[in-house]
Design a protein around this ligand. Structure first.
Ligand SMILES: Cc1cc2nc3c(=O)[nH]c(=O)nc-3n(C[C@H](O)[C@H](O)[C@H](O)COP(=O)(O)O)c2cc1C
Length: 369
């Protein structure tokens, strides 16, 4: 019934698990043999998910410990499916019984009830919870290791929280070094403070904020992508729009292209150290669904957290009557900081799939002697 839980053609990722079930997990198939991989590699990525700042995240203490169940032997991937799980240790389902007939505005409660006839696990949002993104982080850890072996680097960071926007432009080296220094995951540390204050203020008002995450992929060779329908930008947009709370995706100049003239938008070519580059990068590193060799630049719009302390109108689904709801429990006033490593992982998954499809990553990385 719950089809649609896999993505990728050669490097495939299948997600399973619910927020308050036993575990969340993922199966990665098609990863070449011979990639060094340990639980510590995946754990390091999982540990980055929760910002170390109780003021801006929920009170949940999510101690996510990964278990690799298959596909790794003697510290290397074997070429067989890699399955990984994280137990749900901190789930508290008591808040959800009282509101099971009262769909929370902004959540998937109502739409899921219609689709699955009330049989879906609604606790904590079930399959629709942000918790399910743990699967993307685990698969992303494998994808990132694979890409790093080919010098491809994927870096995401917070560009805006509500109306507080990062104005400063930083080098990719600065972004790599500074993006996890502040709890909001903005590498401009002065701006990060203003963002944090905005989140704290929203929480005090019983409200929430959204924001923008930018993701840059460096060193992707030109010509990666499978037009028409598996165009690189189309596949990246697909995985990102599957991340809960993501409502928009743009590449390069994005929606601003609508205001530009052709002469302003076109990225002129030139030679640089024997390589073809473009003078500007309004295309965001993708032309015709194929990578251009320039940095791939993606931005996603994340909506403000749906669970807010303020009273909201809803409908009682068993009585079919108007009602009100106050969402209690532990929720983040802004999910952007937690979504930063998720976006990074999601983009890495698609790039790994397409680099394998392009024949740039072989099925066996290093023959065993
Ligand atoms: C990492 C992450 C954590 C999230 N945590 C929460 C949360 O604590 N409270 C909440 O209301 N929404 C949270 N969300 C978003 C909801 O899961 C999402 O808005 C909801 O399922 C509806 O899906 P949609 O916004 O994509 O339409 C989170 C999303 C992500 C990516």
């Amino acid at each position: 019934m719950l089809a649609g839980n896999s993505i990728g053609k050669e490097f495939t990722v299948t997600s399973f698990g619910e927020s308050h079930g036993q575990c969340v997990g993922v199966i990665v198939d098609g990863c070449p043999a011979g990639l060094p991989l340990s639980e510590a590699d995946v754990q390091a990525e999982l540990d980055r998910r929760i910002p170390p700042q109780p003021k801006i995240v929920s009170g949940r203490i999510e101690k996510d410990a990964v278990k690799i169940l298959s596909g790794v032997f003697n510290g290397f991937t074997t070429g067989a499916p890699i399955s990984m799980t994280v137990e749900n240790k901190e789930a508290d389902s008591s808040d959800y019984e009282a509101i099971k007939d009262l769909p929370r505005p902004g959540h998937a409660d109502y739409t899921a009830r219609i689709k699955y006839g009330g049989f879906n696990d609604y606790r904590g949002g079930g399959r629709f919870s942000g918790r399910v993104t743990v699967a993307l982080i685990m698969a992303g850890a494998v994808a990132k290791k694979l890409l790093n072996a080919f010098d491809v680097d994927v870096l995401a960071y917070t560009k805006a929280i509500g109306k507080v926007k990062m104005g400063k432009s930083l080098s990719s080296e600065e972004i790599r070094k500074l993006r996890y220094k502040a709890a909001v995951r903005c590498p401009d540390l002065a701006c990060a403070e203003a963002m944090e204050e905005a989140i704290v203020n929203a929480r005090k008002e019983g409200d929430s904020l959204g924001g923008i995450i930018e993701c840059i992929a460096l060193n992707v060779p030109a010509g990666v992508g499978e037009p028409l329908f598996d165009a690189l930008d189309a596949d990246i947009a697909k995985i990102l729009l599957a991340v809960p709370a993501v409502k928009g995706v743009e590449f390069g100049a994005g929606f601003k292209v609508a205001e530009l003239k052709g002469s302003e938008n076109n990225d002129a070519y030139r030679m640089q150290h024997g390589k073809i580059v473009t003078q500007t990068n309004n295309a965001g590193g993708i032309l015709g669904g194929l990578s251009s060799g320039m940095p791939i630049i993606i931005r996603v719009a994340v909506k403000p957290t749906s669970s807010i302390a303020k009273e909201q109108r809803t409908v009682n689904l068993s009585k079919m009557k108007d009602a009100t709801i106050k969402v209690t429990g532990r929720h983040d006033p802004c999910v952007v900081p937690k979504a930063v490593p998720v976006v990074e992982s999601a983009v890495a998954i698609i790039l790994a799939d397409h680099m394998i499809r392009a024949g740039l990553i072989s099925k066996v990385l290093k023959e065993r002697k």
